[in-house]
Design a protein around this ligand. Sequence first.
Ligand SMILES: [Zn+2]
Length: 268
Amino acid sequence: MPELPEVETVRRRLLHGLHGEGAVRGARIVIVDVVDPAVVRSGALQRLVGRRVVDVTRRAKWITLHTDAAVKLVVHLKMTGDLHVVDAADANSARFVRLRLFLDDGRCLVFTDPRRFGHVDVTDDANSLFADLGPEPLDAAFTAAALAARLRGRRAIKATLIDQRVVAGLGNIYADEALHRAGIDPRRSTLSLTTIEIHALHRAIQEVLYGGIAAAEKELAWRYESRTAASPFSVYERAGLPCLRCGTTLASTSVAGRLTVWCPHCQR
Ligand SMILES: [Zn+2]
């Protein structure tokens, strides 16, 4: 499942272009082709016709295409969604296409999604979709104190971290990675964390996310389709393998219904 770093990489690709794939910013949408109507959660896609894309932003795992009018396209990639800009001539050959936005420069923005969990909203008020989300972990406002203020209750710290109301965009992979980096046992009660541990966790969250973005941009990110590249992760899907820091065999359990991997030696 794409998490914040992978979604941020898609955003940057659409905004600036990446690896030879051009940016969508500045292009005008001339035809909207809803290939799979189930992908539309709310709004009228045809409102986008004639609009120019002026910005691409991310909130948690949503990507918003802003236009030269109030109307915006908000995309949630969910498990397997992806957005690519291709030549219009190639827009028919892409697989698992759910939505196509033909652009005035002969290209096409294609939303693909093999498993069809992704969806789009067309709205003037994207923020209303994000009302329940916690702070962005890479925003300047997300300080250690801001994190501390949100760490409440007795549930496992892993369960707290993947709660989108606590921190937006942190999922199963990067929660495990951050806890390993911070040396904190994922099963610990949230309120048992000391101030020093919260500071370490705050730093670890930002470090693993920035590391994830760098890896995704270098296309080292472990693709959910082809797991051929070396894994950039320390614990994710490494249960039973040696800890990269101390060599202890990594343990796994279920926390909040999610597979959780940790090092019994490094994480206390
Ligand atoms: Zn270890």
